[in-house]
Design a protein around this ligand. Structure first.
Ligand code: NOJ
Length: 444
């Protein structure tokens, strides 16, 4: 397998997110975000870690963008912290925050790296959360104001945009399960947040289309192949419900299909109470690319005790299959199959893998991190993409998660996903063996 097998136009990059790398939580006029607040609550984040300093990318961005270049990538995906632009989420913009992202973009362009902006990667301004966050009707107006501002400010220099990162990820973890910020729970909160997010992803795209000439607009969905644990009808139905929720729920409204309600009465009730025909129109947008982010398949079995979904995950560890340090199953065939599942929607024109990667128990020994498992992981997952491409599926790019070890949300700094090792005490960066593997792969 060679880089050239993927075609000359294939975009190779790394993906990052503001809250995970920037640090400088209280610097440069930034307002607090839900992650700043959430991390102050005891027990919410492993070992009490906080995003306050993260990788200090805020001050070290030049060197970090140089690392992107050194590794041979063309694309640097980063997100804008909404609260750096609007500290209170809306109203008065913050000059220092605005200037910071100009510096990032200019540095990318200077180093001949293509900047790709994610507008929302989970760090909602705390002030908006106080008003109900994504569950509140008013969130859409604030989001649109923020998107319009960014489009006008950066649209001359940046053409590649991702509106929202993993809508299912943050609405489920943050508003249904309480595991992520803002720590809300309950099905009602989830459905409210989901509707407003589905509207935001299309609204945001329409604003970009109107404001940014030659924009290449995408949005990024998490996806996981759902596999029934046994051949029983109950397990199959449980898997189907899980698939509807995790894979279909946010993409189908974008494609003009509305929420996928037909197969599940709970969703039908939600749709009747929440979304109208007008919403259906508003949630639709013809994206230039659909971003897919895959980390694991999910094996599920029926469980009557789990409210609403009545399905339960059978963990990779208990099935004794290969898995990462997160306990996520390593299964490149499943990656191939989920790409095919999304490519089967006739209106998806092309797919970009906007995140994929793995955490392992990396150790810095001397100046080396020997992460052979990660190299093997990438080799297998890239083969899966190639296979899909050779079958005619239009995959246009791959962004590895992630440039360097960073703040992995509720897992704190323990989970290391980087191609570059970060020592969080000294902020010393060390390229891992997998980073050198990429360098070699991309140089051929
Ligand atoms: C997806 C999220 O977008 C990213 O922020 C996170 O770090 C990775 N998954 C790994 O969990």
């Amino acid at each position: 397998m060679n880089r050239t097998d993927f075609g000359d136009d294939f975009l190779w990059g790394v993906a990052t997110a503001a809250a995970q790398i920037e640090g400088a939580a209280n610097i440069g006029g930034k307002g607090p975000t839900i992650w700043d607040t959430f991390s102050k609550r005891p027990t919410k984040i492993r070992k009490g870690h906080k995003p306050d300093e993260a990788c200090d990318f805020y001050h070290r961005y030049q060197g970090d963008i140089a690392l992107v270049k050194t590794l041979g990538f063309k694309v640097f995906r980063f997100s804008i912290a909404w609260a750096r632009i609007f500290p209170l989420g809306t109203g008065m913009p913050n000059k220092e925050g605005i200037a910071f992202y100009h510096r990032i973009i200019d540095e990318c362009l200077r180093q001949d790296i293509l900047p790709m902006i994610t507008l929302y990667h989970w760090d909602l301004p705390e002030a908006l959360s106080q008003l109900g966050g994504w569950t509140a009707f008013g969130i859409n107006a604030s989001f649109n104001e923020y998107v319009l501002f960014c489009a006008k400010e950066y649209g001359d220099k940046v053409k590649h945009w991702i509106v929202i990162n993993e809508p299912f990820g943050f609405t489920s973890l943050g508003y249904m399960l309480g595991i992520h910020a803002p720590g809300a729970s309950g099905v009602g909160n989830f459905f409210d947040a989901a509707l407003h997010t589905a509207i935001a992803q299309a609204d945001g795209a329409k604003i970009l289309r109107a404001e940014v000439g030659q924009a290449v607009i995408g949005t990024a969905f998490s996806c996981s192949e759902i596999i029934p644990y046994t051949q029983s009808v109950q397990d199959h139905l449980a898997a189907k419900r899980m698939d509807t929720l995790m894979n279909r729920f946010f993409v189908e409204p974008v494609l003009g299909m509305g929420f996928p309600t037909a197969d599940w009465d709970v969703l039908e009730k939600f749709a009747i109470s929440h979304s109208t025909w007008r919403h259906q129109q508003r949630m639709t947008f013809d994206f230039d690319f659909i971003g897919l982010q895959n980390y694991f398949p999910l094996v599920v079995k029926y469980n009557a005790f789990i409210p609403v979904i009545q399905a339960w995950e059978v963990k990779a560890r208990s099935r004794k299959v290969p898995h990462t340090a997160m306990g996520w199953e390593i299964n490149a065939d499943s990656f191939y199959r989920i790409i095919k599942q999304f490519a089967a929607y006739p209106s998806i024109r092309n797919i970009m893998i906007t995140e994929n990667g793995a955490a392992f128990h990396d150790k810095l020994v001397g100046h080396q991190v020997k992460d052979q498992e990660r190299i093997e992981y990438f080799e297998k997952y890239l083969q899966a993409i190639l296979r899909a491409k050779q079958e005619g599926i239009n995959v246009t790019g791959y962004l590895a998660w992630t440039l360097m070890d960073n703040f992995e949300w509720a897992e704190g700094y323990q989970a290391r996903f980087g191609l570059v090792y970060n020592d969080f005490k000294t902020q010393q960066r060390t390229i891992k063996e997998s980073g050198y593997w990429w360098q070699k792969f991309l140089s051929k």
